[in-house]
Design a protein around this ligand. Structure first.
Ligand code: AP5
Length: 221
């Protein structure tokens, strides 16, 4: 079924983890602005270098850059539906997304807030690593690879930790979230689009809660 979803939550809330599950389960396309920006920084262009500096400090990249990246993906993509992971993150980004979707004759069907307390986020962020080949997300304690140093999904040994996954950057990332992104909770609540799930629950329980939200939205539409 065609459905467009926004996953909203602080760094480490589990947006990427759940987006990958939704992609597999429902044939949707994950649009992660974090992944797009990491691709831009590894391109070594002037823009990529500027982006890298901002990301490593834990600050937000300009609205102009991220809206441009999303526009490009939406215009070039022909998916049944999209999962917006880490976008929008500011009110201007939310307005821009609404207009882009409207222009394509689509709409956002659900905004899912994943609520997690700050203490859990520190543990999640500092223990995270990712497969550089297929993007699978792991954690030292809660989701280690079955064989040390080898990705369960694709067998790659290119397992990486992110430059901004340290306590110092996380402080700024959280501040940016509460200052600039959390107002979106009220924004989407007022539009009757918001649902909240407990992001502190086990991964499978979070997936089940998201499925319940999507089923309820589908039966009401
Ligand atoms: P981005 O890449 O979007 O990072 P983020 O929002 O900080 O989110 P994370 O990827 O850190 O966490 P997540 O919620 O996806 O959690 P995950 O599933 O990995 O952004 C990075 C930077 O790019 C920003 O700081 C900014 O500079 C820039 N940027 C990106 N988008 C932007 C935008 N729109 N505007 C401006 N700037 C932008 O899970 C985390 C860990 O926890 C993993 O190890 C996982 O295994 C584990 N875990 C997940 N779920 C559970 C669970 N239920 N129980 C136990 N462990 C769990």
């Amino acid at each position: 079924m065609a459905i467009n979803i926004i996953l909203l939550g602080p760094p480490g809330a589990g947006k990427g983890t759940q987006a990958r599950r939704l992609e597999e389960g429902r044939g949707l396309v994950q649009l992660s602005t974090g992944d797009m920006l990491r691709a831009a920084r590894s391109s070594g262009t002037e823009m990529g270098k500027r982006v890298a500096e901002v990301m490593d400090k834990g600050q937000l990249v300009t609205d102009e850059i991220v809206i441009g990246l999303i526009r490009e993906k939406l215009e070039g993509g022909d998916a049944a539906g999209f999962i917006f992971d880490g976008f929008p993150r500011t009110l201007p980004q939310a307005d821009a997304l609404g207009k882009l979707m409207e222009g394509m004759g689509r709409k956002i069907d659900a905004v899912i807030e994943m609520r997690v307390d700050d203490e859990a986020l520190v543990a999640r962020i500092t223990g995270r690593y990712t497969c550089g080949n297929c993007g699978e997300v792991y954690h030292d304690d809660t989701k280690p690879t079955k064989v040390a140093g080898v990705c369960d999904v694709c067998g790659s040994t290119d397992l990486r930790r992110r430059a901004d996954d340290n306590e110092e950057s996380l402080k700024t990332r959280l501040l940016e979230y509460y200052k600039k992104t959390s107002p979106l909770i009220g924004y989407y609540y007022a539009l009757h689009m918001l649902s909240t799930v407990d992001g502190l629950a086990e991964m499978d329980e979070v997936s089940a809660a998201i499925t319940a939200v999507l089923d309820k939205r589908a039966s009401n539409s």
